[in-house]
Design a protein around this ligand. Sequence first.
Ligand SMILES: C[S@@+](CC[C@H](N)C(=O)[O-])C[C@H]1O[C@@H](n2cnc3c(N)ncnc32)[C@H](O)[C@@H]1O
Length: 217
Amino acid sequence: MSAHLDPVPGQAVYSPAILAIYNTAVLRVSQPLAWRCPSSRVVALYDDHVSTDHLDIGVGTGYFLDRCTYPGPPRLTLLDMNRNSLGKAARRLARYAPELKQGNVMEPLDLPEESFGSVGMNCLLHCLPGRFSDKAVVFENIKPLMRPGAWVFGSTVLGALPGHNLFGRAILASYNRKGIWCNREDDLAGLETALRQHFDVVHVDVVGGSALFRAQR
Ligand SMILES: C[S@@+](CC[C@H](N)C(=O)[O-])C[C@H]1O[C@@H](n2cnc3c(N)ncnc32)[C@H](O)[C@@H]1O
């Protein structure tokens, strides 16, 4: 993978200390105030699309998997590049005995084909390096793992959207400078094109500075 597509900065930041404040700092403060997309919208996205055979990629603290409502007892697979995120989410979701997999979503994934009825990737795409034309490899990698009819869904902050408020612009500048995020060029058309390259059914809703997306295999 070329240097400009180095996936390390976007996941290395998730230390135990950062994960300890993540739910408050990110989900309760910047999500509603900077991105104007309350976490309840994301919980609703999960409620509408999660299945009993769910793969979640970029799990963070496992907040949404803990809060959402499953259509039946779930079999969860958690995939993340960062061991701290996997450990934190696994502890929170221990009641579901999730299967854990460490891996980079920008590379082919060692998981069984057509075994998932849903794939969640919330707040992952803005952490990945490159433009949406590079990030589209994620959809190429997960599609074979999805059963026909399965949904992939999540939200991502679109850095190139006009109208970010002062708080949002400050976060975008800081995170992109540090390499924690790479989304200055991320726009609605780029996301839709990346999804349509791999899926026929695609819906994207812009809420504040975020895009909530879902696509069906
Ligand atoms: C911003 S957190 C999102 C957490 C959670 N999905 C949420 O919405 O609260 C991003 C997560 O993606 C993981 N991540 C970043 N780059 C990744 C990559 N290339 N492959 C797999 N996981 C990655 C990070 O380690 C982190 O756990």
